[in-house]
Design a protein around this ligand. Structure first.
Ligand code: ZN
Length: 353
């Protein structure tokens, strides 16, 4: 009998959860790439991982079609490829025109060892308008050996003139079942994996960072407990908002992890807080959606909820509240003070009409 050896082929996208079809498109695109790409999608879905893998494809002399990583691919994996330039915001707030100009002048240099140079801007949404305009000039007269990869939450973070010159790559939420399977493959038992996936709301990055944390079930319970605790009285809503934030903030600080300096750490912390609040609000909205659905004979998402509690609120009101919570998700973007936002939301949710 012939011996069968499982061959693990080298993959620049190893470790990525979901996004299979997008990666396939990018593999084909790498053969004849555009000059600029805009990777957009919610926090924690894996945009930066996909962009980095794509940079590897663009720089590898063999299009990464090898079983063992070549020198170029190894350098991508270790983060020291001379033709991959990572551009990060200076300071806490923005990516300014000086940095854009530095990047643009570097873009005119010949590649060190690849056929092209790739500029990866992971927080491109932080570009100032001036910086975006400076970049625009380069995008209008592209250099054949340069590719820009911009990563941001939304296209709206850019002037339309910049966005329209980029090939857009949308990275959506990963399906819950796909996430559960990936977490099980990483050693989580199935109930645990399901809870983590529910909290992460289709964001593998968040799921992986929460996977090993004991608070994950508690976080979900806290959000699902909100509807039964809101009263419409602002003082109580404020205390409840404080309580929820007190649970989330230390987790956000931990998720920010080790960072090279205080500024990147603060940015990472804010990003983690924003992601956790968004996923939390989505959990809260799902409670109201379940309350409406149960009473109207539809399916429910949170199968472990107490059914009598879901019937305490009329379905019409539950639908309204679900909408209000999702509106708060939108208001959260760019909002640096979550406490008043949550307190006001909780007051409205508990009001009689
Ligand atoms: Zn390679």
């Amino acid at each position: 009998m012939a011996e069968v050896t499982a061959q693990v082929r080298f993959d620049l996208f190893a470790g990525l959860i979901g996004h299979g079809p997008v990666v396939e498109l990018l593999r084909r695109d790498a053969i004849n790439p555009a000059h600029a790409y805009l990777f957009v999608g919610p926090n924690g879905v894996g945009k930066a991982l996909v962009a980095k893998g794509f940079a590897g494809l663009l720089l590898c002399p063999e299009g990464a079609q090898h079983d063992e990583p070549c020198r170029s691919c190894r350098r991508i994996l270790t983060g020291n490829h001379p033709d991959l330039v990572m551009v990060e915001p200076e300071g806490r707030t923005s990516l300014g025109v000086d940095q854009a100009r530095t990047m643009i002048s570097q873009a005119s240099l010949v590649p060190v060892e690849s056929v092209r140079r790739v500029f990866l801007v992971e927080e491109a949404g932080m570009m100032t308008e001036q910086a975006a305009n400076a970049l625009l000039k380069t995008l209008e007269e592209p250099n054949a050996s340069t590719v820009f990869l911009l990563v941001a939450e939304s296209e709206d973070d850019f002037p339309p003139t910049v966005a329209s010159r980029c090939r857009r790559v949308h990275l959506g939420r990963v399906l819950e079942d796909e996430l559960v399977t990936a977490l099980e493959d990483r050693g989580l038992e199935s109930t645990e994996a399901r809870v983590v996936a529910l909290v992460a709301g289709g964001r593998p990055g968040l799921a992986l960072s929460l996977a090993t944390r004991p608070e994950v079930a508690e976080l979900r319970k806290a959000w699902l407990g909100v509807p039964e605790r809101v009263t419409g009285r602002p003082g109580e809503a404020f205390l409840l908002a404080e309580e929820v934030l007190a649970l989330i903030e230390p987790v956000a600080a931990d998720l920010a992890g080790e960072q090279p300096n205080a500024e990147t750490k603060e940015r990472a912390r804010k990003r983690a807080l924003h992601t956790l609040l968004t996923s939390g609000l989505e959990i809260l909205a799902s409670w109201y959606a379940d309350a409406a659905s149960l009473q109207l004979g539809g399916p429910i998402r949170n199968r472990d909820l107490s059914l009598p509690s879901l019937t305490q609120i009329p379905p019409g009101r539950a639908i309204e509240n679900s909408g209000r919570v999702l509106d708060a998700v939108v208001d959260l973007t760019g909002n640096l003070r979550p406490l008043p936002l949550l307190a006001s939301l909780f007051t409205t949710l508990g009001s009689e009409s």
